[in-house]
Ligand binder design. Structure first.
Ligand code: CP3
Length: 343
């Protein structure tokens, strides 16, 4: 049967007059229905591990806006938890984890074979979504990239410059490399299981790729992505992969070709015109409206949305924001963006 889902067609390289659209963090605190379900779950992690409620919040933005894709509701830090790290969220501040800074701490982590014990509710969420999503909506699974996940596991929290991870890389490369390798292998397993449960596409979030420079970018952003994608393609050759090496700048050039990704997601620090010339030449790109427009709205939102659609109109494109929508966004602005895309 010919592929009818718009997101899958763009990932296969088809150029469309109206690009498919979804948003990072589309299930999130800017939506009153999300806040209500999260309150029902109690806290964020309880929501992630409750398949019925996680599926419900995944479906909410699909019902409200009719996005072309739904992204599994979960978090990139569930894998570290499944590997044995302690994980909790401090309201208003963000995630906290037990830290990994020595070989002893690394050796206390669990193996890749153990992760399903914690992560099986996530696969159940995927199974529910595969049943309940509208026929035209693509289901996206995801995981964090090894470098980004490692920055949280090493520092025990989000950091502005990823200093603790860079320090461990320099001072104790044996521990650092072992950790990157464990996360890489765990991610292959985790994403394979999401695919087996019904994810049609997977996305790898490397939110802190931009702080890796020169050889370190190749070794810790590009090579792990390539290892994960190669392994996934061997097991599931028809499942497209979106890679998001955020703030990679000119290292976006050739990233899809070098890693085997079917699509590269662009943050909004690169211009759409530049990316159309330098990145879209290799295939599908996703992006890259600045999330601030979802807060500020107005004519600038419509104009900028149309400008991005036009800049990418000569090649395969999936419309998205350059990063996640923020809690202070106005839900009406999302509809304005969609109307500007779909006309
Ligand atoms: O995009 C989606 O809607 C899918 C679900 C998703 C979440 N987090 C839900 C979430 C995805 C894909 C992520 C990825 C994620 N998580 C990343 C990489 C992408 C990025 O944004 O750069 C990172 C670095 C994390 C780790 C994380 N999770 C942080 C730093 C925080 C706290 C920041 C904040 O906004 O409070 C989270 C919490 C989180 N993950 C929320 C959501 C909806 C907010 C939790 C809440 O309801 O309070």
């Amino acid at each position: 049967m010919a592929e009818t889902k718009k997101l899958m067609r763009a990932l296969a390289g088809e150029v469309m007059d109206v690009p498919p659209v979804w948003m990072m963090r589309q299930a999130g605190r800017y939506l009153p229905e999300y806040r209500a379900t999260r309150a029902q779950a109690g806290d964020f992690l309880s929501l992630c591990y409750n398949p019925d409620l996680a599926a419900e919040v995944t479906l909410q933005p699909i019902r409200r806006y009719g996005f072309d894709a739904a992204i599994l509701f979960a978090d990139i830090l569930l894998l570290p938890q499944a590997l044995g790290a302690d994980l909790w969220f401090v309201t208003g501040e963000g995630p906290r984890l037990s830290t990994i800074t020595s070989m002893n701490e690394f050796n206390a982590l669990k193996g890749v074979g153990d992760i399903d014990e914690v992560l099986s509710p996530i696969y159940e969420t995927v199974r529910i979504l595969a049943r309940e999503l509208p026929a035209e909506t693509t289901l996206i699974g995801f995981a964090g990239a090894p470098w980004t996940v490692a920055t949280y596991m090493i520092a025990g929290r989000g950091t502005k410059d990823q200093g603790p991870a860079h320090k461990l890389m320099a001072e104790n490369p044996a521990v650092f490399d072992a950790l990157i390798d464990l996360i890489t292998k765990g991610t292959i397993e985790y994403l394979s299981k999401q695919i087996e449960a019904g994810a049609e596409v997977v996305k790898i979030f490397d939110s802190w790729a931009g702080s890796l420079k020169g050889e370190a970018f190749t070794r810790y952003a590009l090579e792990p992505a390539k290892e994960i994608i190669t392994a996934l393609k061997a097991r599931h050759p028809n499942v497209p992969v979106i890679a998001f090496p955020r703030e990679a700048g000119d290292k976006y050039i050739g990233f899809a070709r070098a890693t085997g990704a079917d699509c590269v997601a662009l943050d909004n620090s690169v211009s759409a015109d530049w990316a159309a010339t330098n990145v879209q030449v290799d295939g599908c790109v996703q992006g890259n409206l600045a999330p601030d427009h979802m807060v500020t709205g107005g004519q600038a939102l419509t104009l900028e949305t149309k400008r991005i659609v036009k800049a990418f109109s000569k090649g395969p494109h999936i419309f998205n924001l350059g990063h996640g929508i923020t809690p202070d966004a106005n839900p009406d602005n999302v509809q304005i963006m969609i109307d500007a895309i779909r006309g």
